[in-house]
Design a protein around this ligand. Sequence first.
Ligand code: ZN
Length: 143
Amino acid sequence: MGLSKLDHLYRQVILEHATHPHHHGALVNGQKAIELRNPTCGDVLKVELVMADDKVQEVAFSGTGCTISQASASIMTDEIIGKSKEEIEEMVTTFSKMVTGEAIDDALLGEAAILEGVAQFPARIKCATLAWKAAYQAVNLEN
Ligand code: ZN
C-alpha cells in the first residue's frame, strides 16, 4: 500500500470518528469532569469519567469542535477504558510526543496512533491533544 493510500485510509477513520463519535454524551453517574477549551480553534470539550478499582470504567465526552478534536476525543474514549491513572498519564504523554513529531512506541496508543499525521499540521496539534489533556486532568481530580 502506498503512503497516500495509507493517509487516505487514516483520513476515513478520522472522519468516521468525527461523524459518529464513540462515547459521546454525558454520564449520569460521572465522578470526574473537566472542560477544556482550545481558543485558537474554538474547540470545547468536556470529558467525564468514572473510576473504580483504579481503572476507568466509563467515559463520555461532549462539546463542539473541529474534525480532529472530535475524532481524537472519540478515539481517546475508546482507548482509556479499563486503563489506570498511571497508564493514562503515560498514554497522554506519548500522544503529545507523537503529534509534535517525536518518535514514540505507538503500541501504547492503540488506534490513536493514526493521528500521527497531525504532526505535519502544527495548527492542529492543540485540537488533537485537547481531549487527552482533559482525560489527564480528569483522572487526577480528587473525588
Ligand atoms: Zn480544532
